[in-house]
Design a protein around this ligand. Structure first.
Ligand code: ZN
Length: 670
């Protein structure tokens, strides 16, 4: 049973001191009509913002100084009157009011400077980050209790924002670190202590709420969902994937994070924004095609939708914004029943590199490379951690960085013993850095100190690669085979590029072979010596992808759930709606383009015509436990037409006459 609303607005309201009455033009009827017309069914309303102001009537001094009525209560009541859910947003880590009144509550870097957002500083605008090891935590908890008490039965949920702790060296943190046996001079100790503080903070907020609101939905936002969520997962009611592709997240973030988040056992939504750039880009409107893609991709991944906006200080919403949102949410409303309670059917899993080390990037580059390769090849895949069940996946990919603990190594060997296949690259598969898991059949002998090198690849194993050498733009490992077959050999450039001797603009042409392998194959495993997934993300060399796809073909015996003529720019996502006895094939064709120096956007949907698609029913049966899967009917939902299909060698084959941006194909079975 779904509890999470499907068409949400995340309505920011970060409002500083004003020269006029806050919310003076709020008109309940107009507010209600705007939301209803845009097909919105939930609005997350601001209770306490990054300026540290509170938007309901309270005795607490942080109440917004120009508010003369119970503004938030009016909004909540207006929503409830028309059946719209109204959870409340509370800022946690950024609070300008508290920062101004209690600078001693601010996080401090090791050199004493502050942490914060954008241009923050003593003479610059921007949020400064508060530390949760200071009395700020009590101040925050008092406001949470006050909010719960004020809204009582009307409280639909609490969304906490900026829920993280940095590597803080404020006086309180140093005192607590020393008392708990951490060394404040060690960066790794400080990071571990910060993580512990963050985990404690979530538990403490959860406990504070549960004392008086046992059923109130709770979400903690840190702008990302990573395996580090695990110790606190039970404190989350659901997951919200904040991901504005025109902001720091990019179009890489959502499709990566959702493939992990969907396996955490909670309902989840994808949150984008209506802004051209990012939050509070007032007076800007996202291109409709971009907003369609971002919300439709959420549907395709079984997520609910949320679109971010910010209310004006006079309490009004912009008409143009809600016309745009309505145009998109009209379509979401038509199609969301094909997403509700659907389960992805997947054949491959990528092991999340975040289980062994945090990434400095929003999306780890090796993970991003792996996601892109598989998505472009239309494989059906998940991203998993070690607490998820791997038995349903025939192949586990370990991109570049998975240096294993003994415990992880044992799990992987067990997976191989049970018939699982592993494809690993670079440092993945090494146990504590110097010894490989046995199933790779390799000895680690060292690492290259220079790049690039070249590779010659076996033409039978890698038929799509150019005949001849391929430059490998990355520093690889040096390995020796024990019992693995060598499918690619390494060669060095004629000369290493240095000031004493260099060759033309870039690397020198290929020289002698070094005798080192670059790709090896063992019974159920493959290994690539280079960080090939990160190399693909950073360099975009198609041959790097071909190297991996050929490896997957080998390990899966060329069995693939979906084959088609669709271009690599299409998204292809297969789901199962068991209650409806149907398979749902989601096809999307929108192409993000770099039309500005710093952001990607989408202006057009690019239609595709007469695309033939084949689904391997044998693979689907294995993944769904549908022992007697017989397809009865294939339908294209938007055009409401039945598509002719045939069954050939246990494959269902049909042609989609037109893919207009987003198409949903249903396959009813018995
Ligand atoms: Zn601190």
């Amino acid at each position: 049973m779904s509890k999470l609303a499907s068409r949400q607005i995340h309505l920011d309201f970060h409002t500083p001191v004003l020269p006029f009455e806050l919310g003076k033009n709020f008109d309940k009827k107009q507010f209600q009509q705007t939301l209803l017309k845009a097909e919105v069914n939930s609005v997350t309303l601001t209770g306490r913002c990054h300026h540290g102001h509170i938007y309901y009537q309270t005795k607490l001094p942080a109440q917004h100084p120009q508010m003369k009525k119970d503004f938030l209560m009016e909004q909540v009541d207006a929503c409830h009157e028309i059946g719209i859910n109204a959870p409340i947003y509370l800022s946690v880590g950024w609070d300008a009011y508290a920062a101004d009144h209690h600078p001693e509550w601010l996080e401090r870097k090791p050199d004493g400077r502050m942490y914060g957002f954008e241009e923050y500083g003593q003479l610059k605008p921007g949020w400064k980050t508060l530390c949760f090891n200071t009395p700020y935590l009590d101040y925050l908890k008092e406001q949470i209790r006050d909010t719960i008490e004020h809204f009582g039965e009307k409280l639909d949920g609490l969304f906490f924002d900026i829920v993280w702790q940095d590597d803080c060296c404020c006086n309180d943190c140093i005192k607590k670190m020393s008392a708990q046996g951490y060394d404040p001079e060690s960066e790794s100790d400080r990071l571990a202590f910060a993580k512990e503080t963050e985990q404690y903070l979530k538990k403490e907020i959860h406990r504070t709420i549960r004392n008086s609101a046992p059923d109130c939905p709770i979400f903690f936002n840190e702008g990302n969902i990573l395996p580090s969520i695990r110790p606190n997962l039970e404190q989350y009611s659901h997951l919200e994937i904040e991901s504005l592709p025109s902001g720091e997240w990019g179009y890489q973030h959502f499709p990566t994070v959702v493939r992990y988040a969907k396996n955490l056992g909670k309902e989840y939504l994808g949150m984008t924004g209506k802004f051209h750039k990012v939050w509070a880009d007032f007076g800007s409107y996202k291109n409709q095609a971009a907003l369609e893609y971002e919300t439709f991709l959420a549907l395709a991944h079984g997520a609910k939708c949320s679109i971010g906006d910010q209310m004006y200080p006079d309490g009004t919403l912009q008409e143009a914004t809600y016309t745009l949102i309505g145009t998109v949410y009209d379509q979401v409303k038509e199609l969301e029943s094909y997403s509700l309670n659907s389960q992805a059917i997947t054949e491959i899993a990528i092991l999340h590199p975040g289980i062994v080390a945090a990434s400095k990037e929003k999306v780890d580059l090796s993970l991003a490379g792996a996601v892109n390769m598989l998505n472009e090849a239309h494989y059906q895949f998940d991203i998993v951690d070690q607490w998820m069940d791997w038995t349903g996946y025939e192949l586990l990919i370990l991109p570049d960085k998975l240096v294993l603990t003994h415990e992880l190594a044992e799990l992987l060997e067990e997976y191989v013993e049970q018939g699982g296949k592993i494809l690993a690259s670079y440092h993945s598969g090494l146990i504590k850095g110097d010894q490989f898991i046995q199933s790779l059949g390799l000895i680690f002998t060292g690492e290259h100190e220079t790049a690039p090198m070249y590779g010659y690849f076996d033409p039978v194993s890698f038929p799509k690669l150019p005949k001849g050498e391929l430059v490998m733009h990355g520093k690889g490992t040096i390995v020796q085979s024990i019992d693995a077959a060598i499918k690619g050999e390494e060669a060095a450039p004629l000369v290493e590029r240095k000031y004493q001797h260099y060759y033309s603009h870039f690397q020198a042409p290929v020289g002698e072979k070094t005798g080192n392998p670059v790709v090896t194959v063992n019974d159920q495993t493959m290994y690539y010596t280079f960080p090939i997934f990160e190399m693909y993300k950073t360099q975009g060399v198609k041959a790097y992808k071909e190297l991996i796809l050929a490896g997957i073909d080998h390990l899966l015996n060329i069995k693939k759930m979906i084959t088609s003529d669709l271009p690599t720019s299409a998204d292809v996502i297969l789901n199962h709606q068991e209650s409806q006895k149907r398979l749902i094939l989601n096809l999307l064709h929108y192409i993000p383009e770099r039309r500005a120096l710093t952001l990607d956007t989408i202006e057009d949907k690019i239609p595709l015509y007469n695309q033939q698609i084949e689904l391997d029913l044998c693979v689907i049966r294995n993944k769904t436990n549908l022992d007697h899967l017989i397809i009865k009917q294939v339908n294209q939902v938007k055009s409401n037409q039945t598509l002719p299909f045939e069954i050939v060698e246990d494959k269902v084959i049909f042609t989609v006459p037109e893919i207009d941006g987003y198409e949903v194909i249903t396959m009813n079975y018995e």
